[in-house]
Design a protein around this ligand. Structure first.
Ligand code: DUC
Ligand code: ZN
Ligand code: ZN
Length: 472
């Protein structure tokens, strides 16, 4: 068992910060100590196997990205990151746990799909991983499967109110799954967009000859997101199920979540880096087919309507609780599937490598505090999805998933710079950000240090999750 001492840094948890040394014994944190502590009169640094000097740097719990889609079969192709490439890229960016989505299309058996995803991930992941389960058609057998999956550590189920004929569940199916979630304590995650309205607007747009990528955004208006968010909240209210709305991008949808939370309902929401920084005008509306790089759902929103500012505000006020990436990368050759019809562009953006750096800019600009950064990137994802104690905190007994972050460092994002995701473009090309991920430990093993990757496929372990620890 290797012992490691991280000395001289400022340890930052969601609850506060302070100068401290972190002692790691094997895979776990053994102690958080006053700087320069000795052990029975002996210099601690001299008695451990490895010392990491974090002077002038932050020591934070490893990032948890609670929304990724590695190798996802979608839009007639597969997301381009495998579990191996995607988790390596995540580690480069200071993320030490992902929660990915098992996909069940209509007619498929959720338990068989779960076994398939376990097989895909086993031996491939460089960091720890858990699973949510997507349910497309809610069969009676799916309801039984939900109990079995909870026992397997899959304590959250994603349903879709959009993508008719692919993922969409109707309101009756949604209520059935919510009733089951209310009884077994699991979380319903919702893709909240009104699919029927969107399908109609898409047909009308294509009929008019409006086929460019920007029409992806214009046919998925904020009203479709806000209406579906409101409906999902009402159905959750009816059934008593906890509800977590994924990839919130419209300020009006965030407002619906805030209203429900003010009423004391177990309703939560995440947003993603793309909804904090990118816009319909600047990226999705880029000339020619370039906008395809930023086709994702929910779509990038208009900057003129101030959705991005509102997402930051909602993160500050806890109207939204955390930030995940919805990492679902595709290469340009795959995006080309929609060169004549935006509705055929595979939906997704790759950001798993950059979430911590991008969110740290919020600390630099004063949008959020240092502690809130840790909270929305690590601690709340751990609590929301039943991993807290083991993950999401620097404390004795927790897994030694740790990041040494240099606030004086600088990160240039883009191809040929900091890009390890398996995609031939970066949605973040040219972003120059303050801060730098220097060293990353995953369960006590150094996986990134000194600009080099030291991890390996297969180091990552499945995280059997508990029920949410965030419910009121
Ligand atoms: N949205 C995306 O952009 N990609 C994957 C699925 C989703 O809901
Ligand atoms: Zn979704
Ligand atoms: Zn997603």
């Amino acid at each position: 068992m290797t012992t490691t001492l991280i000395t001289g840094g400022t340890v930052v948890n969601a609850t506060g910060r302070g100068a401290a040394d972190v002692l790691v014994d094997g895979e776990q944190i053994a102690a958080v100590l006053a700087p320069g502590s000795t052990l029975l009169g002996h210099d601690l640094a001299a008695s451990v196997d490895r010392v990491i000097d974090a002077t002038g740097k932050y020591v934070i719990p490893g990032g948890i990205d609670a929304h990724t889609h590695m190798e996802m079969p979608f839009g007639g192709t597969f997301a381009s990151d495998t579990f191996e490439t995607g988790t390596k890229a995540a580690a480069w960016g200071g993320t030490t746990t992902i929660v990915d989505f098992v996909v069940q299309y209509a007619g498929e058996n959720p338990l068989e799909q779960y076994a398939l995803w376990q097989d895909k991930a086993a031996g491939a992941c460089a960091i720890d991983y858990g699973f949510h389960q997507i349910l497309s058609d809610v069969q009676d057998s799916s309801l039984d499967a939900m109990d079995e999956l909870v026992a397997e550590g899959v304590s959250s189920f994603k349903l879709f109110m959009a993508y008719k004929g692919v993922f969409l569940s109707d309101d009756g199916q949604i209520v059935k799954a919510m009733q089951k979630a209310a009884s077994n304590g699991s979380m319903i995650m919702m893709h909240a967009e009104n699919g029927s309205v969107i399908d109609l607007l898409v047909q009308q747009s294509l009929a008019r000859g409006d086929t460019d990528p920007v029409f992806h955004g214009l046919t998925r208006p904020w009203q479709a997101e806000a209406e579906a968010t409101h409906r999902a909240i009402m159905l959750a209210n009816l059934t008593g199920a906890p509800l977590y709305v994924v990839h919130v991008s419209a300020k009006q949808a965030a407002h619906q979540i805030a209203l429900a939370r003010d009423e004391g309902q177990n309703v939560f929401g995440e947003t993603c880096p793309q909804y904090l920084y990118l816009s319909l005008e600047e990226q999705l509306g880029a000339p020619g087919f370039d906008g395809a790089k930023w086709v994702c759902s929910t779509p990038l929103r208009s900057r003129a309507e101030h959705h991005q500012d509102h997402m930051w505000r909602a993160l500050r006020t806890n109207d939204l609780q955390l930030v995940s990436t919805d990492h679902c990368p595709f290469c340009m050759t795959q995006k080309q599937l929609g060169v004549r019809d935006f509705s055929k562009i595979p939906n997704g953006i790759g950001s798993v490598e950059h979430r911590l750096d991008l969110l740290y800019q919020g600390v630099v600009t004063g949008e959020i505090t240092l502690e809130r950064w840790v909270e929305i990137c690590s601690t709340t994802p751990a609590r929301m999805f039943g991993m807290y104690g083991r993950k999401g905190v620097i404390a004795p007994g927790a897994d030694a998933d740790l990041v040494v972050y240099d606030p004086a460092g600088h990160t240039s994002i883009g191809l040929g710079k900091t890009h390890h995701m398996q995609m031939d473009y970066s949605a973040w090309e040219g972003f120059e950000v303050d801060g730098h991920v220097d060293t990353v430990l995953s369960r006590g093993s150094v996986v990134v240090d000194g600009g080099e990757f030291h991890g390996r496929a297969g180091h990552g372990r499945y995280v059997k999750r508990e029920l949410s620890q965030y419910l009121i």
